[in-house]
Design a protein around this ligand. Sequence first.
Ligand code: SDX
Length: 455
Amino acid sequence: MHPETGYLAHTAPASDKPLPEESLTVTDNRTGKTYTIPVSDGTIRATDLRQIKTAPDDFGLMSYDPAFLNTASCRSAITYLDGDKGILRYRGYPIEQLAERCSFLEVAYLLLNGELPTESELDDWVRQVSAHTMIHENIKKFMDGFHYDAHPMGMLISAVAALSTYYREARNIHEPHIRKLQITRLIGKMPTLAAHSYRHSLGLPYVYPDNELSYTKNFMHMLWKKTEPKYSANPVLARALDILFILHADHEQNCSTNTMRAVGSSQADPYATTAAAIAALSGPLHGGANEEVLRMLDEIGSKDRVPAYIAQIKAGHGKLMGFGHRVYKNYDPRARIIKRVAEEVFQVTGRNPKLDIALELERIALEDEFFIRRKLYPNVDFYSGIIYQAMGFSPDMFTVLFAIPRTAGWLAQWQEMLEDGEQKIARPRQIYTGHEKRDFVRIEERAPGRMVRVG
Ligand code: SDX
């Protein structure tokens, strides 16, 4: 019985009974049986396929979808993407308007609560987050244990997971007030942990939060304060960073959000769950791409070497980092905004010469059939690194800058998953391709060199 529509996927032969409009009728040519499967929200329920059997003891059909190219894993009201039209909206608001008119914490509130805050709600939210920017002193000892050249993402993954050992009550994930406290703690502490990992990599002393500063200016203070009595952030750079945080805050069911939902579905605490999401983000095909873009631009070295580099990519040697997207088959709307922010940052920092190489890469790629046919456009990671580098960040901090704001999106998605009555522990099925049953072989009887077939 379909929980939504209340009617069976029935196996009766096609009859003159009118078929429900929102349905699919399939014939299993192995048995000649016909099935009517309900369609809702443009999907069929994969479990409705299980009734399609060749014999009573047959397990029934499954869907096979490696990397979930065509599988909706959840219902969500948080972020809407239209990949063909290049549309991105948080809770219905176009990203262009939010980037133009909001602060990052205002957008974090929107993602988590579903509505933009009133002035008093925002003031109260900012106060709550500011109250949680400090970290336990022992975390600093923990971070001191990392090698001097430890990658900041490795430090961040570890430090966030370690937070779960300080807040034992976080395991009570069904208590809304306990969930809200952990969410506030994580959003408050991410900039502190990120700044500490940056200072550690430079051998500089950690800087305590200054809660009189805004979220982004406090982050810059913890990163860059030296011996001056009070750090004063450049307002243009602070606003640029706030906009970049807004653009990176959420993005529907991307790899790291899928990780957040899967790990969270086992009812792990939000710190361990967020650490898993940060780990997923660190991959070069995902959030790690912004760091790879800078390495790619360094490798190209100058505008005149762009055509040769593109020829290598077209010949199958590597990927154009910062290009392409699973959903966007048009220009990533975030990349368009980031390009504008770059010009504002360069007014302050001076133009990053890497921008010229990036613009030439984009110009040539967007005219080239290889990229056009594959609908490959610049994504959020293509220009962000150029701005971060101009601001003074080293490339291995770029994905950390992605993780800070995405924590708000991950936590909004985690919360939505926990409150969704349809969700349960994530546990996909598989197509087994291994050996049939075989008996144990004693060690003296084993032939050398037998390897499991890889790939
Ligand atoms: C992010 O999901 C999200 O929303 C992620 C994100 C977010 O906010 O959370 O938007 C953030 O992760 C952005 C993506 C950052 N990654 C990169 O820039 C790395 C480079 N891009 C590619 O690795 C790739 O485009 C992906 C991973 C982004 C998307 O990969 P898909 O959807 O699996 O596409 P695919 O690999 O199947 O590619 C289809 C074709 C292939 O060619 P053919 O086999 O058909 O000949 O396009 C080619 C690919 O080889 N292709 C590329 C390419 N991306 C895809 N060729 C050259 N350069 C590229 N960048």
